[in-house]
Design a protein around this ligand. Structure first.
Ligand code: SF4
Length: 387
């Protein structure tokens, strides 16, 4: 890990007061020198909250029965992603629980349709552990990036928190993704029950060895509907120190100011941007669905940054209770974010960043530039029947 010894890492992770400020300043200087003042806005679309896995820490785990499940229609996913691209977002992240209904063909078709309508937008996937053939098909369909957070580099803790899974299997998939030419994102949770400082050092050692293009770190936040409900939350300041160290170890990595950090600490996004982060996720999904993507409670999904003009309706239907699968009927447009709303949202985030002395990537967006209300369209595919 460069010039830092393991002892240095331990002490800098625990830094407080003036030492902490010094660490953040150092990381901020490296960030400015290597990746500059541009903040990359990622349009985040959480298209399904269904999941076949049962991770102990997660509010989407399959054992949870009190959560209304949803899955956006493929056509609605495409329309929303394309609307975000036309509103000026350079990257869209398609994120879900592990939902087998979005199989190789369905998700591949979604990616192809997005790239056909918005060739310049970068497509990032965050849909969990899948077979190699799925990853290969989606790469060929045009996806460029994949987020596969490793959660913790402690193999014993990992196996305890993710029943039936092993860290080695996760990292094997991360290597597949890298071999397929994806830009790969790893990431961890800080403050997991049973996670000591050595496990966080192991996270940093893993980052140094793997050299992912992206690193997402956030605090563990206990969800009352999970087995970890009584565990204390992770320390957001420890997350900030971790982010700063990740920047020192991987000077050119994309490092988000995570939603979990903003949830745990008012002003957490701003502090992360001052401690080495250079990415902000902006949730562009239909307003009625955002609260259902409840991986932890009281999530700050960035709603305070957005003009919420499309909160009513969903553009989707609840799925798990009805057993519905994606593609059973054509997507509904009620509640989908219109392009001009997303352009206004992007402009608002850009203005907030300007106040911090930073610049948003992407373009202002056609709707914002013209002031016209543009209806979201996906060309000939707008009225297509889902697969
Ligand atoms: S962490 Fe991911 S894989 Fe695990 S239950 Fe939650 S959504 Fe599913």
């Amino acid at each position: 890990m460069g010039r830092m010894t393991v002892g240095d890492i331990f002490s800098r992770l625990a830094a407080r007061g003036a030492d902490r400020e010094s660490l953040w300043r150092e990381a901020d200087a490296v960030r400015r020198r290597t990746v500059g003042d541009t903040v990359h806005l990622r349009a985040l679309l959480e298209f399904s909250n269904r999941c076949v896995q049962d991770c102990l820490y997660c509010g989407l785990r399959r054992s949870r029965k009190d959560l209304l499940r949803y899955a956006m229609q493929p056509a609605a996913v495409v329309r929303t992603a394309v609307a975000a691209a036309r509103a000026g977002f350079a990257t869209v992240i398609l994120q879900s629980g592990e939902d087998p209904a979005y199989d190789q063909e369905t998700l591949g078709d979604i990616i192809r349709r997005i790239k056909a309508a918005a060739p310049d937008v970068q497509v990032t996937l965050s849909v969990g552990e899948r077979p190699f053939a799925d990853y290969r098909a989606w790469r060929r369909a045009g996806a460029e990036r994949y987020l596969l957070k490793h959660e913790t580099a402690d193999p014993v803790l990992y196996a305890r928190l993710r029943p039936g899974h092993r860290l080695s299997g996760r990292l094997k998939r991360a290597r597949w993704l890298s071999e397929l030419g994806y830009a790969v994102g790893l990431g961890n949770m800080v403050g997991l029950p049973g996670q000591g400082p050595a496990a966080l050092v192991a996270d940093l050692e893993l980052l140094a060895e793997f050299e992912p293009e992206m690193v997402a770190s956030g605090p563990f936040l206990p969800h009352p509907a999970t087995p970890l409900r009584d565990a204390p939350a992770g320390d957001p300041y420890l997350v900030l120190n971790f982010i700063a160290l990740a920047r020192l170890i991987l000077p050119r990595a994309a490092i988000p100011a995570t939603t979990a950090l903003a949830t745990a600490l008012p002003g957490g996004r701003e502090l992360a941007l001052a401690a080495g982060a250079d990415v902000v996720m902006v949730n562009v999904g239909p307003g009625a669905l955002r609260s259902l993507y409840e991986i932890y409670p009281l999530r700050d999904d960035g709603s305070s940054l957005r003009p919420d003009r499309f909160a009513a309706g969903s553009g989707a239907r609840s799925g798990a209770r009805s057993g519905a699968q994606p593609g059973e009927r054509s997507g509904e447009r009620a509640g989908e974010p219109p392009e001009e709303s997303l352009a206004a949202l992007r402009a608002r985030v850009a203005a907030w960043l300007a106040e911090l002395g930073r610049t948003a990537d992407g373009t202002p967006g056609r709707a914002a530039a013209s002031g016209a209300g543009l209806a979201p369209q996906v060309g000939a595919e707008a009225g297509a029947s889902p697969p």
